[in-house]
Design a protein around this ligand. Structure first.
Ligand code: X2W
Length: 286
């Protein structure tokens, strides 16, 4: 190949140069990224996600990945012929189901994201809410079995990994520990929200399979206040899986997270558009 810059090379250099103020602004800031099961479409998308995470770390940010895997738990339960249902967006989790959820989330999915980040040249460490007492959970209610919600967060393990030099990238499964050593199945948005709150993160980025939060006419809402977000839930504009995401966003901001972004994980590099350009992607809530 000839060693001669073409138009594309000059464009790349221009883009890098324009990113400088953003890289400087975000240096040393903690960015919690929730990678949802629906955004993990295929291997290529996961690898691009992993590359973006390593790029963030290389630029001096501190990315913390929290992942879901609802669809993947669903297909494993199906293969095992175990029926599963959701109430208000949460999976009803009996003893058998929590075992499967833990195997899929803390096993297969956690390790495949760790592998993708390491493949991209990062140093990922995979663990779950159970490790080092990161998230303590209790049952949401007796009817939902081992469906848990967080009651305490101890982020020491994350600080320890992120403050090390050159620094590790935590990759966290939302399975959490109960007071009696049992496992609880915690919704991944909820887990990402409480972790972001405990870290006072600069951003919580929720990667999902729609463009962002939509208004009643299905147009993208680019900026929302907490009040707007509450309004969308109250008047029914937000429905289904968007309700827990908005509630997570509201709680996280009240816990000290600067802003929450809900964005499309199916399109590569949304994280970079949001953090390193002045246009942004998806819906910003603050
Ligand atoms: C979720 C945990 C995984 C998750 C579940 O069992 O599906 C509860 O519903 P996504 O891909 O982010 O939906 N837990 C209690 O949240 O994954």
């Amino acid at each position: 190949m000839k060693r001669r810059a073409n138009e594309n090379s000059w464009n790349t250099a221009q883009v890098l140069s324009e990113a400088l103020p953003f890289i400087q602004r975000h240096a040393e800031r903690t960015i919690v990224v929730k990678f949802g099961g629906n955004a993990m479409g295929d291997e290529e998308l996961t690898q691009q996600f992993a590359n973006d995470i390593v790029l963030l770390r290389q630029c001096g940010l501190r990315p913390v990945v929290v992942h879901g895997g609802g669809p993947q738990i669903g297909s494993m339960l199906k293969r095992l012929d175990i029926k599963s249902e959701f109430v208000d967006g949460l999976r009803v989790t009996d003893m058998e189901t929590v075992g499967v959820a833990e195997m899929v989330l803390s096993g297969a999915i956690n390790k495949s994201i760790v592998a993708a980040i390491n493949q991209a040249g990062g140093r990922a460490v995979g663990f779950s809410g159970r490790d080092a007492g990161l998230i303590t959970a209790e049952a949401v209610n007796a009817d939902l079995g081992f469906t848990g919600h967080p009651i305490a967060v101890d982020p020491l393990v994350i600080h320890t990994l992120a403050n090390a030099r050159p620094g590790f990238i935590p990759v966290i499964s939302p399975i959490s520990g109960g007071k009696n050593g049992e496992s609880f199945n915690v919704n991944a948005d909820t887990a990402a929200g409480v972790i972001a709150g405990a870290l006072n993160a600069a951003r919580l980025m929720l990667l999902t399979d729609i463009e962002g939060v939509m208004d009643a006419n299905k147009n993208l809402l680019t900026d929302l206040s907490i009040r707007d977000a509450r309004g969308l839930i109250e008047d029914g504009t937000a429905n289904g899986g968007m309700i827990p995401k908005l509630n997570t966003a509201i709680d996280a901001i009240e816990d000290g997270v600067e802003a929450v972004v809900i964005l499309d994980g199916r399109r590569a590099h949304g994280l970079l558009v949001e953090l390193f350009t002045d246009m942004g992607a998806g819906t910003l809530i603050r």
